[in-house]
Ligand binder design. Structure first.
Ligand code: F6R
Length: 252
């Protein structure tokens, strides 16, 4: 794994956007795996800036998001589809037909999961997958207990995740408790992985991901099985790593 420890959230966002921009320039028809949540918002802002000011071209890019809440139609204000429209898709020249997010309101959820896997395969697989990390070490919505063999499926969100997501909803009972998520196997099949972590609430998960046991109890630990993972984290997220590990990483 390649580790970058940078000063703060802004530096993390710029570095992450830079990695994606290089990928898009190298391969204009890149297939991007995208994440939602609080962490990548700054990265999307930077990508939008690069599009507007530097002409970063998304016209041939395809995207697949990691997950979507079960039960929310695409147009729901808290759906991940809405998040992606607001943070990126509506602000760059990506072709809407090339953007993929599981349909959380599909009548047959199992069929929707199978369809999603097929679409990823049909696009030639994911070139670079962006990930955040949950406080409990989840990636996508692969909660503790998820094995490395999992594909896209309906998952039950843990109480911790539901609580962490509650900040976006008016009341805690509105927070969905299930999601469709790419599996660990789906994520590990991406050619490259870029994981972002910011803030002290992620420090323990980051430490266990890098130094703990390889276990379904900390799904992010499986990323150590992948040959091309870059972790960009700010100082707070890196605060539980030994000084020697931090000193050995690329500084900002
Ligand atoms: C988002 C996702 C989740 C988040 C994780 C961290 O698509 O799949 O794994 O990346 O829950 O969320 P934030 O960034 O809000 O701390």
């Amino acid at each position: 794994m390649k580790l970058w420890v940078v000063e703060d959230y802004q530096a993390m966002s710029r570095r992450a956007a830079d990695v994606l921009a290089r990928e898009i320039k190298r391969k204009p028809d890149s297939v991007l795996g995208l994440a939602t949540g609080g962490t990548p918002v700054g990265m999307y802002q930077e990508l939008v800036r690069m599009h507007r000011e530097e002409g970063l071209d998304f016209s041939r890019v395809t995207s697949f998001n990691l997950d979507e809440y079960v039960g929310l139609p695409a147009a729901h204000p808290q759906s991940y589809r809405t998040y992606m429209e607001e943070n990126l898709f509506a602000k760059v020249n990506i072709d809407p037909r090339m953007t993929h997010i599981p349909r959380g309101d599909a009548p047959d959820l199992e069929a929707e999961c199978a369809r999603y896997e097929r679409e990823i395969a049909r696009a030639g697989g994911i070139d670079i997958q962006v990930l955040g990390i949950g406080r409990n070490g989840h990636i996508g919505f692969n909660e503790p207990g998820s094995t490395a063999a999992t594909a896209t499926r309906v998952v039950q969100l843990t109480r911790d995740t539901v609580e962490a997501n509650a900040r976006y909803f008016d009341s805690p009972d509105e927070v969905p408790t299930q999601a469709i998520s790419m599996g660990i196997r789906t994520i590990l099949a991406a050619k490259r992985i870029l994981l972002l972590a910011s803030g002290s609430s992620k420090a323990e998960a980051v430490q266990r991901m890098l130094e703990g046991e390889l276990t379904p109890e900390l799904p992010a630990s499986f990323l150590r099985q992948h040959a091309d993972v870059t972790v960009v984290m700010d100082r707070q997220a890196a605060s539980r790593l030994p000084a020697a590990t931090i000193a050995g990483t690329a500084a900002d």
